[in-house]
Design a protein around this ligand. Sequence first.
Ligand code: GUN
Length: 282
Amino acid sequence: MAIRIDGKAISAQIKDELKEKVAAYRQQGVEITLAVIQVGNDPASSVYVGNKKKACEYIGIRSLAYELPEETSRKELLDLIAELNGRADVNGILVQLPLPKHLNEEEVLLAISPLKDVDGFHPVNVGNLSIGRKGFVSCTPAGVIELLKRTGIEMEGKECVVLGRSNIVGKPMSMLMLRENATVTVCHSRTKNLKEITKRADILIVAIGKPCFVTADYVKPGAAVIDVGIHRNEDNKLCGDVAFAQVEPVAGAITPVPGGVGPMTIAMLMKNCVESVNLQKS
Ligand code: GUN
């Protein structure tokens, strides 16, 4: 039976470490501020934004909430971002996605200063990651690395298969695993002989966005299986991209949904906010 990787406990530990760091900064007179912008009131986004504010409060980061109406214009949003880019007392800027249809997400994300882009979505930060330079790293893939490290799962020299190639998870995930000296294969919806490839993985990271897609026959016995997906099934219960009940007996380690990767995303966002102070100094 697999070890269950407890993302809730690991994220709580990280948040406690960050709380100490923030207190030490405060003693030096440094306060950390995150600006969170939400346009419209998508219910899922409101939950995420609420959780981000709560995490800030716990750690001691000041959060500025901008809850803008659905009909906010492109200019109003870009002007707000420009104002926050210029404010010395704002360290991080986050625009919650998705945005209403009349706003161009790419244009909005490009408007955020790369030095304040705590989501790690700006092309400058994506590029920095791909060539091993300092910068902000997308929170979910960074959280997966932290889960593996803190569970003692060695990545160097291992066969790692990433299932999914999104800009926010799959692509940065593959770059981070390379940085850890894993041998990385990225698979996606057009990959042929998918099971043959995933069965080679010592570490299988699943971010394909399809509920219960990965069944036991995709998994090498003893592999570490990391499930990035989150869905609601017919019974209104949360489930991931991995068919947990049947994969758990085969895997060596596995993340549950909920309580696996999910809580790590916010912990890594908080880590990026704390680290922004150093990035902005240099
Ligand atoms: N919407 C869903 N996940 C995220 C995230 O990590 N960051 C932002 N900005 N929006 C999101």
